[in-house]
Design a protein around this ligand. Sequence first.
Ligand code: NAI
Ligand code: MN
Ligand code: ZN
Length: 336
Amino acid sequence: MKSVVIEQPGELVLAERPQPQPAPDEVRVRVTFASICGSDVHIWHGHNPFAQYPRVIGHEFFGVIDAVGADVDASRIGERVAVDPVVSCGHCYPCSVGRPNVCKTLQVIGVHRDGGFSEYAVAPAQNAHRLPATIPDKLASLVEPFTIAANITAFLKPQADDIALIYGAGPMGLTAIQVLKGVYGVRQVLVVDRLPERLALAQENGADRVFNNSEFPLAAQLEGVQPTLIIDAACHPAILAEAAALASPAARIGLLGFSGEPCSITQQALTSKELSLFTSRLNSNRFPQVIDWMEQGLIQPEKLVTHYFPLAEIVRAMTLFEKDPRTCCKVILQMD
Ligand code: NAI
Ligand code: MN
Ligand code: ZN
């Protein structure tokens, strides 16, 4: 089978590899569509501290179960599934409190284990989520990025009368907009980015007001409006201090970033307004919820997609995704 392998940082090859066999509790998926995420590019360039090499990348993928391990019900063969990349132990402290996404021995498919930019991939049977026929194959890999928004909003508990502010209108910001509007019915969703093309996408994805902070600081443009719920989906370490300064008293702030650089902020900036900070990593069993949202039409994955490429054009696809955020948002690979 053909697989996208990062042999070592900087070295991406489309390699011929043996088909994986499912372990007793696993299924094998014949992958048909997979989407590119910033973390795939980071693994390629050696910028993901969790990655181990060589690695078949890809953690956003969809396909059909074509083989099952000895302990898995064989009737699952033929099921259309989206695969949750979070593999957890099930018994450590975070697992015991429903947070397998930060399992002490967390393994992420496509990062710590071989992933879905491949004609076949294996995963624990419980990670393969059956999809209703109403979710088309070519959009099904987008369940995973929406689970990020599902996870952070579960902490933030959005209300219809919140004034929400989202930093960044990349895939993460756009999924957050859609979930705030379509699922939680938040009436005012404000979005800030530096690229006008991304802000246009934000509007297409439901943003009520957009702001470009490339020339003028956001504070001046908000004219005193104080957001009550803020999501940092741009993830520059300087954003937290700005968000705290702009926030309403009693606001909630959600952080998604993984920067190793310190954020500089005073206790006073947080405590004087009694701000709540939440961080969110990957997702804790949120595939069923997002699949349900898609089935109900509360979110529109097609609004994120700008390109489809065949697997053979992986380098072109990843390069475009990386270098051209003005024309590119979600890029989907087609395997066959
Ligand atoms: P992206 O790079 O496509 O989007 C980021 C957007 O933020 C861009 O449109 C950029 O122009 C904008 N931006 C950058 N600095 C800004 C600033 N100071 N003010 C306003 N806008 C600014 O990335 P993507 O895929 O949307 O991911 C966003 C972040 O989320 C990344 O840092 C990524 O590491 C993180 N992430 C976190 C996850 C988690 O589970 N915690 C999961 C996936 C991504
Ligand atoms: Mn992703
Ligand atoms: Zn665990």
